[in-house]
Each structure stands twice: as structure tokens, then as C-alpha cells.
Ligand binder design. Structure first.
Ligand code: PLP
Length: 469
């Protein structure tokens, strides 16, 4: 049979709209969506036919059921929210691809009330006059960090760009070669500097940079000394870098400001809680760094944001930069940031109610107890799988504490009827996607990053993906 004849037998859009299954579908899915999916399915079917020839073409019969099945399936898929909650069973606390820091449940109402209502975003309630967007977080960030002034933007990349563009456009900025960082592919220090219109002057070597390296690069064109935190790697062994204090002193002596991109920007000294050292914002401010930038959604545990703290005269200049308008933080971010920062007024409260800090410092026996609970729930279903509790390590992730390996407890699963790679794949494609790791041919769920209210979903997903014994 020739292709034209087959194609002419394809059902029309109207015919399909009268199909029983499609009529049922129309009760749940808007007509324009269904019509669109019918057109897409017919188009795919047409292309399939056009690509056939020989024996295959001769034997080919149009299968209406297949077309209808595709329309129903794709229409339902189209109606689903794409951006939705997943279960992080990988144990990486700050997973950039899974959305980094989780907001605290305790701020839910505050965020929603500003999101769904009019707000004090840019109005001064005392005078009724126009207010300043940033005012909501300025005092609290000053209080926590002891900095002179504050500005907040979209993310830390924007913060660095704004600082460099304001303080060093068309001039030189000196950076150590050991600090030419790349974060997650899209943030690269040399590229950000180029984009901001500053000239990178890299000094020292990968493993060692001395104070005199900076000193001998200073000239009348030098606009700033830049220090970048090596967030996601460490240079160990025969290595040396210049301490903040020395760099600040060198800057003062030459009347050149020091800018520090501290990356994660932690506000509490994590050593107190048994974690490795990660420099705090307060230390940089106290050391006299002129401008410090950091992220809102890394160890701070808030929404995506870039926070700039430092000397008033530089921040004032930044406020006048047109980039500040382009990098403007929105009200949802701002209210979530303010509410998160307020939790820091009581450090004990912050450690308990900010999920990032709570997950990083959860005691091992508490994780173990939670592992046992989930284990019991899975075992009680008598599924066709081998399940046990194992010891493992979680990671901090998100470009912070790169060497920290946090001991943890995990559920390890080996299904009897499918491979571990298949199980991992099916769990990820579950209606609430569950992200796991495969280790030694077993699927691993790290309890550190799993909430108790998610256990039921995990059990249900296992029931549906591997079935009963
Ligand atoms: C994470 C990080 C950035 C980028 O921060 P975003 O908030 O993701 O834009 C920049 N510099 C350093 C050192 C970082 O660790």
C-alpha cells in the first residue's frame, strides 16, 4: 500500500474527540489541551508512517487505540506541575539541582501572607511615603554581622558582579591563582570579572600565593584586592594562601579596598556543633574586609539571594548602579530571607528550625532511630526485596565544607525482580520523585535528608514499583 493511502486513513481530530476514552478524558482535562495533544499525536503518527518502507509499510495497520492511549497519557502529563516537591534520599544536604536550602516550616505563614496579600514591600507605614525595599533586612543583617551597611540581590553571582562593576570597572583587580573558582559550571571567577568590566590580575601559583605576590602587582590602576573562598575544593599539602588580616592590612596601606566572595556565608561557627571550619561572615567583617558577598540559600538556609555587607561608602555606590535594579530581589525572596534571618536572633532556635542546620547537625543516634522506623515500615509490607540498615556518609554539597564526610545511616535495598539501576530509575519516575543512590548494586536511601512525613510515600512507591512477594 502506498503511504498516501495509509495517511488518508488516519482519524481526524473530530473523530478522535468522539472516542469514548477521549470523552472521559475531557471531563478532567480542558478541551484545548486535549485537542493540542490529539494534533501532536497525529503528527507523530504521520511522521512514523512517512519513515517506513518495504515490508514494514506493507504490513502496517493504523492502531486507533495506540493513538488514543498516547493522547490520554500525554494530556495527563501536560496537566501535572513540573516544578514540584521531590524526596531527596541522596543525603546531600545542599543539592543545587534539587533546590539547595529548604525553607523552615516555621516561616510558612509569613511567606504566604506576603505572597498572597498586599505588603509593606516599598512603603513606610509611619509616613505613608515610599519606602525602601531593602529596609526589611538591613537592620537585622547589620545586627547579626556587625557590618556598616547591607544590600541584597538575586544571588551571590549577582552580588560579586555588582561589587566588581561598581568598585573596579575598567580597572584591575588582583586575585590569587589558587582562588580562580568555578562553581557548578556557570559561575567562574575569571568570566564574572570579564563580564563586570574589570581586568583580572592573577598572582601567585595554584598552591602558593604570598603577600608579596599581591604587593608587587599593585599599581595605580589597581581598584581592589579580591579574595574568593574555595568553596567546593581545598588545596592541601604544600600550600599557602594569604590570611584575611594580612590582605586587609595591605589594602589599607595602599588605600585599596578588599572584596571577599565568601561563597556560602555561614552565620554560626559550625565547629561548635562538631563540623569542620567554614569561615563565617562575622569573621570577615571583623577582620576589616571592605565588602563581603555570600549566598542566601547555602549554609545560611534561606531562599536564593545574594547578600552584600560592608563599608557604607561602597554599598552606597552600589545602590546607585543600574545593575542593582536589574538584580533586584523580589518580595517572595525578601520575606523568606527576613523570616529566616529572624530565626538567627536565637542561635539555639536557628539550629533547630532551619532545616539545613538541623540536617547537618542531627545526632547519629537520631538518624539511626529514624532509619529503624522506615525499615520497620518497609519490612511490614512483605515486599519482594532485601532491605537492611547500613552505615554510610552524607555530604554537605552546594559548595560548602567540601571535605566534610558526615557519618549517617541509610536504608539499603536490593529488589529481587529488577536490577538496582532499574529500581533507582523507577523511584525517580514515581509521582513524587524519589532520588536515591546506587552503591554496591544496592539502592541507598540516606535518612539525613528525608523527612518523617515522607516515609509513607517511600513505602508506597516501593509497593508500586517492586510489588508484593
Ligand atoms: C556558590 C558560590 C557562588 C555563587 O553563588 P550563587 O548564590 O549560587 O549565585 C559564588 N562564589 C562562591 C565562592 C560560591 O561558593
Amino acid at each position: 500500500m502506498d503511504k498516501g493511502k495509509i495517511l488518508s486513513k488516519l482519524p481526524s481530530v473530530d473523530e478522535l474527540l468522539n472516542n469514548k476514552k477521549i470523552i472521559n478524558l475531557l471531563e478532567k482535562v480542558p478541551r484545548n489541551v486535549v485537542v493540542n495533544e490529539i494534533r501532536n499525536s497525529l503528527e507523530r503518527y504521520r511522521k512514523k508512517i512517512l519513515s517506513m518502507d518495504g515490508e514494514i509499510l506493507n504490513k502496517f495497520k493504523i492502531d486507533i487505540d495506540e493513538i488514543v492511549f498516547n493522547v490520554v497519557d500525554n494530556s495527563h502529563e501536560f496537566m501535572e506541575m513540573n516544578l514540584r516537591e521531590v524526596i531527596n534520599g541522596m543525603g546531600t544536604v545542599l543539592h543545587t539541582n534539587l533546590g539547595r536550602a529548604l525553607l523552615s516550616e516555621t516561616i510558612r505563614e509569613r511567606v504566604w501572607s506576603v505572597a498572597s496579600g498586599y505588603s509593606t514591600l516599598e512603603i513606610d507605614v509611619l509616613t505613608g511615603k515610599r519606602g525602601i525595599r531593602y529596609s526589611h533586612v538591613i537592620e537585622i543583617i547589620k545586627f547579626i554581622t556587625k557590618a556598616e551597611d547591607v544590600l541584597v540581590v538575586n544571588n551571590n553571582a549577582a552580588a560579586v558582579m555588582l561589587a566588581l562593576s561598581t568598585m573596579a570597572k575598567d580597572r584591575e583587580v588582583i586575585v590569587s591563582r589558587g582562588e580562580l573558582v568555578e562553581i557548578g559550571g556557570s559561575f567562574r571567577v575569571p568570566d564574572v570579572m570579564e563580564q563586570s568590566g574589570t581586568r583580572l590580575v592573577d598572582v601567585g601559583t595554584t598552591n602558593k600565593t604570598h603577600l608579596w605576590d599581591y604587593e608587587s602587582a599593585i599599581n595605580e590602576n589597581t581598584a581592589a584586592l579580591l579574595k574568593v573562598h574555595t568553596s567546593n575544593y581545598r588545596i592541601l599539602g604544600f600550600a599557602d594562601s594569604v590570611g584575611l588580616g594580612d590582605l586587609v592590612e595591605l589594602g589599607k596601606k595602599n588605600n585599596i579596598p578588599v572584596i571577599e566572595d565568601i561563597g556560602s556565608g555561614v552565620l554560626v561557627d559550625l565547629r561548635k556543633y562538631g563540623l569542620m571550619y567554614e569561615p563565617t561572615v562575622q569573621e570577615s567583617v571583623a577582620a576589616g574586609v571592605d565588602v563581603v558577598t555570600f549566598s542566601g540559600d547555602k549554609l545560611l538556609g534561606g531562599p536564593q539571594a545574594g547578600i552584600i555587607v560592608g563599608k557604607k561608602r561602597y554599598i552606597d555606590k552600589m545602590k546607585k548602579n543600574q545593575l542593582t535594579r536589574a538584580f533586584r530581589i523580589d518580595k517572595l525572596t525578601l520575606v523568606a530571607l527576613e523570616a529566616t534571618l529572624r530565626l538567627y536572633l536565637d542561635e539555639e532556635k536557628a539550629m533547630k528550625s532551619i532545616p539545613t542546620l538541623r540536617m547537618l547537625t542531627e545526632p547519629l543516634d537520631s538518624i539511626n532511630a529514624r532509619a529503624k522506623m522506615l525499615y520497620g515500615m518497609i519490612v511490614s509490607k512483605k515486599l519482594d526485596l532485601d532491605v537492611s540498615i547500613g552505615e554510610n556518609y552524607s555530604e554537605v554539597g552546594g559548595g560548602a565544607l567540601p571535605l566534610e564526610k558526615l557519618p549517617t545511616y541509610v536504608i539499603t535495598i536490593k529488589a529481587k525482580n529488577i536490577s538496582s539501576a532499574q529500581l533507582e530509575d523507577r523511584l525517580r519516575k514515581y509521582s513524587t520523585p524519589i532520588f536515591t543512590r546506587v552503591n554496591d548494586d544496592r539502592v541507598i536511601i540516606d535518612l539525613r535528608t528525608v523527612k518523617e512525613k515522607q516515609y509513607e510515600t517511600i513505602v508506597q512507591a516501593l509497593v508500586e514499583t517492586v510489588g508484593k512477594q
